[in-house]
Design a protein around this ligand. Structure first.
Ligand code: EPU
Length: 337
């Protein structure tokens, strides 16, 4: 296991901002992970895990050890009448895993196509898109307990999943490294095409033309049409969470802003943060190399040489505008380090 010194993280975050880690290691297996943890503990320095850095923004250099999670492997472990049970290790690329599953005719993840990141990062924030969340297809996961180096199994229920949230961001934050995830994938397609943008894109097809492969292809097309490819333009997808507010507060806002976009459930409404930002005039804004994407107001971008601090500064100005106009506080979804 080679530990690198003073390592530039520019290629390890999808914003492509330059920041240096005091130490860096590429961990390809369980033993490597354990050794890396021991190194950080011995040096008494902080450590941080990184998958593909698709939800991270480095505001400054990192004073500890960055552990790149590069543990690969995926396999069918069992099946029953309705499901295939497939285990993938944490370093697998999420989208490649989804595509591989579709090629094997393992269904259920088609709506989650093209989400950047790794399998191991997916449960932490319960990734979701187009009406499906990771928690809908996950059976269990194995995680390495940092305090004692042992593997522990968590059932779906034990992960306490909710919108972009799990126990690994709450009670057990920074205590476990997700090592493998087991999915229950359907043998027969069971499609969810209710999300408005997806339903609209599929309007021209007859029911038997709508296969999981077509849903995946359509989701990819929708994403490509409004979310910039991080390989070409630095970004981390949605920068803020969609805020949830009580129904009464929503009704009051709707009186002043009849077009406000929100998705109601029993007691609360999830507002489209993109709409709020759009209304405050930030969409398409650019100053130097930082900006707000011209096709999607929730996506902050690095046009080249932006620093993390400049992006954070822009995000704070956006938060202030939205707070001043609507009284709504936007919280970053991106992890700022
Ligand atoms: N809208 C605007 N202006 C814009 C963009 C959108 O007003 O520039 C409005 C539109 O009315 C649109 C609504 O906002 O209908 C919602 O936009 P969109 O369908 O693009 O979804 P989103 O709420 O912005 C969420 C996730 C995405 C996920 C999509 C599709 C969050 C924070 N983001 O975005 O996830 O791909 O739904 O399910 O929940 C990510 O987490 O990085 C991410 C990209």
């Amino acid at each position: 296991m080679e530990i690198l010194d003073n390592f530039n993280l520019k290629d390890f975050n999808t914003f492509h901002v330059s920041a240096h880690a005091r130490y860096f290691v590429n961990a390809t297996g369980l033993d490597c992970l354990r050794e890396a943890l021991a190194f950080a503990s011995h040096k008494e320095i902080p450590f941080m895990l990184i998958g593909q850095g698709s939800n991270l923004l480095f505001k400054e250099d990192y004073p500890g050890l960055i552990i790149e999670i590069n543990v690969r492997g995926k396999e069918l472990i069992s099946e029953d009448e309705d499901f295939y049970y497939v285990k993938a290790r944490c370093g697998e690329n999420w989208h490649n895993f989804v595509q591989w599953s579709l090629e094997q005719n393992y269904y259920g993840m088609e709506n989650l196509s093209l989400i950047p990141g790794t399998v191991g990062a997916a449960p932490v924030q319960n990734i979701g898109a187009y009406g499906v969340e990771l928690c809908d297809v996950m059976v269990s996961l194995e995680a390495l307990e940092i305090a004692n180096g042992e593997l522990r199994t968590f059932t779906n229920e034990e992960c306490h999943f909710s919108y972009r949230n799990s126990v690994f961001k709450q009670e057990l934050k920074d205590q476990f490294i997700i090592y493998s995830v087991t999915f229950g994938l359907r043998k027969a397609p069971h499609l969810n095409t209710s999300y408005a943008a997806l339903a609209k894109a599929l309007e021209g097809y007859s029911a038997d033309e709508i296969t999981p492969q077509l849903v995946s292809k359509t989701v990819c097309e929708i994403r490509r049409s409004k979310l910039p490819n991080p390989k070409r333009l630095g970004n981390a997808g949605s920068f803020f969470w969609n805020p949830e507010i009580p129904l009464a507060e929503f009704s009051a806002l709707k009186k002043s802003y009849p077009d406000i976009v929100g998705y109601a459930n029993d007691k609360s409404v999830k507002l489209a943060a993109a709409w709020l930002i759009d209304q405050t005039g930030w969409k398409g804004y650019r100053e130097g190399d930082v900006g707000v994407h011209e096709d999607h107001a929730l996506v902050l971008v690095n046009y080249g040489q932006a620093t993390g601090a400049e992006l954070v500064d822009l995000s704070e100005r956006i938060q202030k505008s939205v707070k001043d106009k609507f009284g709504i506080v936007l919280t970053p979804e991106v992890r700022i380090i």
